[in-house]
Design a protein around this ligand. Structure first.
Ligand code: NAD
Length: 267
């Protein structure tokens, strides 16, 4: 039995992960961790997850939780995740990272620990989005430079980072497929007299509103037609189920850095 520790245990994602985990065979909740000073520390982890009491109390002591657990599932913040990855490396425990909003340097820092431990890091853990990454690369290669590429993403008003990690990954997948450098062609805002669109730019636009769980549309627009590829998440349970699947998968892997394409066998 894999013993899962969840950090950010009372967050929007952490709570759903604890809920989904309770219905999956081969894995059980052994630790629920929140930041120091969180009002729910000391309470049963079942409450925020909409479950009956689990017997696992929310703690702020990740060290102790990891000593008794076998894998960490982390959906918190970039700063917290960096610290949690370090603690995982100390304990030789694999980690699943769903947190988004990392800088390139921060991703490199997480990667450093994967000399010692296995890690799945993915900005989106749903099957549909990961399949979309594959489809988007194929469509972009087939259409080439004749079609303008634009990404529009929408999320709830509480989301802290923008554009979403998923939109950034889509932009990366598309720029790689089109042999472009995203640092040069990414356009993240437009306003005023901006002139004609350059042929190779990849636009990434952000909507923040209400309780939208997560939507991404990629436009491939040419003369007289366009293709739109859209993914809509109906609930966070799609990400939670992916995270639990990743935790089972990564527990059997050698040290190294992996993503959801690896977990889902899409490479
Ligand atoms: P949230 O703010 O609801 O939850 C974050 C939780 O982490 C909070 O409960 C907070 O108290 C806790 N936390 C912060 N610092 C901590 C620490 N040091 N130790 C323990 N807990 C700590 O946010 P959310 O909507 O659950 O999203 C969390 C992250 O997951 C974001 O980066 C979001 O973009 C990302 N996300 C990823 C996916 C995916 O599929 N990869 C899907 C949805 C959200």
């Amino acid at each position: 039995m894999i013993k899962a520790v969840v950090t950010g245990a009372t967050g929007r994602m952490g709570a759903r992960i604890i809920n989904v985990l309770s219905g999956v065979e081969g894995i059980s909740l052994s630790g629920a961790v929140e930041k120091k000073g969180h009002p729910l520390v000391g309470q049963d982890a079942g409450g925020p997850a909409g479950l009956p009491p689990t017997g696992v109390m929310i703690t702020d002591d990740l060290d102790a939780a990891l000593a008794a657990g076998s894998v960490l599932i982390d959906f918190t913040s970039p700063e917290a995740t960096l610290e949690h990855a370090r603690v995982c490396a100390d304990h030789h425990r694999p980690i699943v990272v769903g947190t988004t909003g990392f800088s390139k340097e921060e991703v490199a820092q997480v990667k450093k620990y994967t000399d010692k431990i296995s890690c799945v890091l993915a900005p989106n853990m749903s099957i549909g989005v990961n399949l979309s990454f594959k489809i988007l690369a194929e469509v972009a290669q087939a259409l080439g430079d004749d079609y303008d590429v634009e990404i529009v993403e929408a999320h709830h008003r509480m989301k802290k980072d923008a554009p979403s990690g998923t939109a950034m990954k889509m932009a990366q997948v598309l720029s790689t497929a089109l042999n472009r450098n995203l640092d040069e062609v990414g356009v993240f805002a437009r306003k005023g007299i901006i002139g004609e669109r350059s042929r190779k730019e990849i636009g990434v636009q952000t909507v923040r509103a209400g309780d939208i769980v997560g939507e991404h549309t990629v436009y491939f627009a040419g003369k007289g037609e366009r293709i739109e590829i859209t993914h809509r998440a109906h609930s966070r349970d799609t990400f939670a189920a992916g995270a639990v699947r990743a935790a089972l998968w990564v527990s059997a892997k050698k040290s190294g850095m992996y993503d959801m394409q690896d977990v889902l066998g899409l490479k």
